[in-house]
Design a protein around this ligand. Structure first.
Ligand SMILES: Cc1cc2nc3c(=O)[nH]c(=O)nc-3n(C[C@H](O)[C@H](O)[C@H](O)COP(=O)(O)O)c2cc1C
Length: 351
């Protein structure tokens, strides 16, 4: 039924549908396994996970499915901030902390061995597929993983980034359009954000490796359309945030279901890196201060306490409510039903 089969062969799937790895607790082992058991590719969003938490989650996935699954990790960055910059970034956040009854946090420390330890867990537990965002790891890591027979998927937001992915040895590349929910994977020159419709055919023309479309795709129409544009499959994030097996905070799920396509924005205010989420009070109040924020992941560490406490206090106005630009197409049902209806819709379109 599917027009292209090389991604299906590469990843050993029945359907060219990938559930995005979404860091922060969305991608429970139950979600990953349900998606993989339905013939698509489930992905554990392990970006923020300690090696121990990652190990536990992967072992649970392995008890729930015999099918291929992926683990998504963040290529690390180690920015510096002066004491003055740190103080100022904290001053911007203190009014939010005051409202939540939180004290200012000590300066964040970045764990420089996290990525290396995550890679060790991936190797130790024979994870079949690994995807990266925020750039590409060193050749040493790439060759090491390839040597273990692990399939590698990178992320690109421009043709240039897709070419760099291919040259570095990635087996496939996610082309992430500007509609996408969550963080932009941009790692070369910053770009304004190229939409999925423009990005996919241009990336497909420029690289030989399979291209996976991402950004605003929620149903069979979107998956088929991206394949007509030259993609070999599609990666969906927002569509799975609202599903039954997702570990997203209930306020996050509710916000997506009730959001309009005009209500998401790109903001760096939560993490120091542009990400698409539903506009709320935190984003509004931080607007205009983009140049005063710390770089990712320092800003992310500074806002962590606020986001966590806001969730605890049921205050979605101070939470990061990541969503792509197609929230009206979101559904609250099982991930397996979401995949079944994508497949049924694609069958009707392709018949
Ligand atoms: C809540 C959320 C968290 C995300 N976290 C990650 C992540 O940890 N790693 C990653 O590569 N992409 C992440 N993304 C981006 C997805 O990989 C994908 O590009 C995006 O979801 C596609 O757009 P859509 O949300 O409209 O489907 C996230 C997206 C969302 C919505």
């Amino acid at each position: 039924m599917w027009k292209h089969s090389r991604l299906l062969e590469l990843l050993k799937l029945e359907h060219p549908i990938i559930q995005a790895g979404m860091a922060g607790g969305v991608t429970t082992p139950a979600l990953v396994a349900t998606v993989s058991n339905a013939g698509a590719l489930g992905t554990l969003g392990a970006g923020y996970m300690t090696p121990e938490a990652m190990k536990e989650a992967i072992e649970e996935i392995q008890t729930l499915t015999n099918r291929p699954f992926a683990v998504n990790v963040f290529v690390p960055e180690y920015p510096k901030a002066t004491e003055r910059e740190m103080k100022h970034a904290n001053e911007l956040l203190n009014p939010f902390r005051d409202e939540l009854g939180l004290a200012e946090e000590p300066s964040p420390e970045i764990d420089k061995s996290l990525f290396e330890n995550q890679i060790e867990v991936i190797k130790e537990l024979n994870v079949p597929i690994v995807s990266f965002t925020f750039g590409l790891p060193d050749q040493e890591v790439i060759q090491d993983l390839k040597g273990e027979g692990i399939i590698l998927i990178g992320t690109a937001t421009s043709v240039e980034e897709a070419i760099v992915n291919e040259k570095s040895g990635m087996d496939a590349v996610v082309a992430q359009g500007s509609e996408a929910g969550g963080h932009r994977g941009t790692f070369l020159a910053t770009n304004e954000g190229v939409g999925t419709m423009s990005l996919i055919p241009q990336v497909a023309d420029a690289v030989k490796i399979p291209v996976i479309a991402a950004g605003g795709i929620m149903d069979g129409r979107g998956v088929c359309a991206s394949m007509v544009l030259g993609a070999d499959g599609a990666q969906l994030g927002t569509a799975f945030v609202t599903c039954d097996e997702s570990g997203a905070n209930p306020h996050h799920k509710e916000a997506i279901v009730h959001t309009k396509e005009t209500e998401t924005v790109l903001t760096s205010s939560f993490s120091g890196k542009p990400a698409r989420g539903i506009r709320n009070t935190f984003i509004d109040r931080m607007e205009g201060h983009e140049h005063e924020l710390l770089a990712y992941p320092l800003q992310n560490a500074l806002t962590k306490g606020i986001r966590k406490e806001a969730a605890k206090q049921h205050n979605p106005e101070f939470m990061s409510l990541w969503s792509g630009q197609s929230p009206r197409l979101s559904r609250q049902e099982s991930a397996s039903k979401i995949i079944m209806s994508i497949v049924a819709q694609a069958k009707r379109i392709n018949s």
